[in-house]
Design a binder for this molecule. Structure first.
Ligand code: SF4
Ligand code: SF4
Length: 282
């Protein structure tokens, strides 16, 4: 496996127009509940552009066909990511099979996984064997603040946790995931942080410092898109977002051009299309 090179990855360099990037929608289940979540499958065809959202999940055969067509249309495939719907590690067998299809069909493409990280400590060897880059979304390290963001968690052993107990467990597991990734020198590592104004702005530096200590290459501070139980919460202003990014940048490289992608989108040198449009072509 090649070593990490942030300059080869559109999300790290922020030059989406120069790359061909495919998101394959796999999974559906999640192992935590974030109060703002609108990820998941579309209901009755209502299109919502939201991270982790998808029309439906894709089969292995469809993934193979889609990747071949992207290559024909766009000339190449640089990056293939799995980022929902749900958490990829809560759907690990399906995700693993899909990454096997990716490795067979476009072996030259980088394989990326985006997760909340809570099941990563148990799967670290399997994950790092298959992918080139990992993103973990960590929205707080203080369990009291985390409790305002998460209200439920499912452990790998099948235990359901709620309230503050869930928040404490999520933070502990995400720190464990960052520590497990620290020794993975050949994996490109990024931390996502959803900025929820009035809730977690003072956690941004702590998460940035922790990720930097764990050898992460970049941090992506993204604005809350109000949804789920937080549908009436306001998103951050541009000034609040810039300030949070500046605070994080004291510790780690900060990405500023995230497009908050759906789980079923293709970016063919910057032009977004849903993967289903390609599959419908004869
Ligand atoms: Fe939704 Fe992602 Fe949070 Fe799961 S980890 S609840 S899919 S936002
Ligand atoms: Fe890259 Fe942001 Fe899209 Fe993730 S959501 S693939 S970081 S642009």
């Amino acid at each position: 496996m090649r070593g990490p090179c942030p300059n080869d990855h559109p999300c790290y360099v922020g030059e989406h127009g120069k790359f061909v990037k495919v998101h394959l929608p796999v999974g559906g289940r999640c192992n935590i509940h974030c109060r703002f979540c609108e990820s998941g499958l579309e209901h009755e065809g209502v299109r919502v552009d939201y991270p982790g959202r998808a029309v439906r999940t894709i089969t292995g055969d469809e993934a193979r066909t889609a990747l071949k067509r992207v290559k024909e249309h766009c000339g190449r495939v640089d990056v293939v990511g799995i980022a929902g719907p749900g958490d990829p590690l809560a759907n690990w067998e399906d995700v693993k099979e899909t990454f096997d299809v990716v490795a067979e069909t476009v072996p030259e493409a980088k394989r990326c996984l985006s997760t909340n990280g809570v099941w990563l400590p148990d799967l670290i060897d399997e994950v790092t064997e298959l992918v080139h880059s990992v993103t973990i979304t960590v929205n707080a390290l203080d369990p009291e603040i985390a409790a305002d963001i998460y209200d439920r968690a499912l452990t790998p052993e099948g235990e359901v946790l709620t309230g503050k107990e869930a928040a404490r467990w999520i933070v502990e597991r995400q720190e464990g995931a960052m520590d497990a990734l620290k020794k993975e020198r050949y994996i490109l590592k990024k931390v996502n942080f959803v900025l929820v104004p009035g809730v977690n702005e003072d956690e941004v530096e702590r998460v940035a410092e922790r990720a930097a200590d764990a050898g992460f290459h970049a941090m992506n501070v993204i604005p809350l898109i109000p949804g789920g139980d937080m549908k009436d919460h306001r998103p951050p202003t541009c000034r609040e977002l810039s300030r949070a990014r500046d605070r994080a940048e004291k510790y780690i490289t900060v990405m500023r051009r995230c497009m908050q992608c759906r789980a079923d989108v293709i970016h063919c040198r910057g032009r977004p299309r849903l993967i289903w449009e390609l599959l419908e072509e004869d």
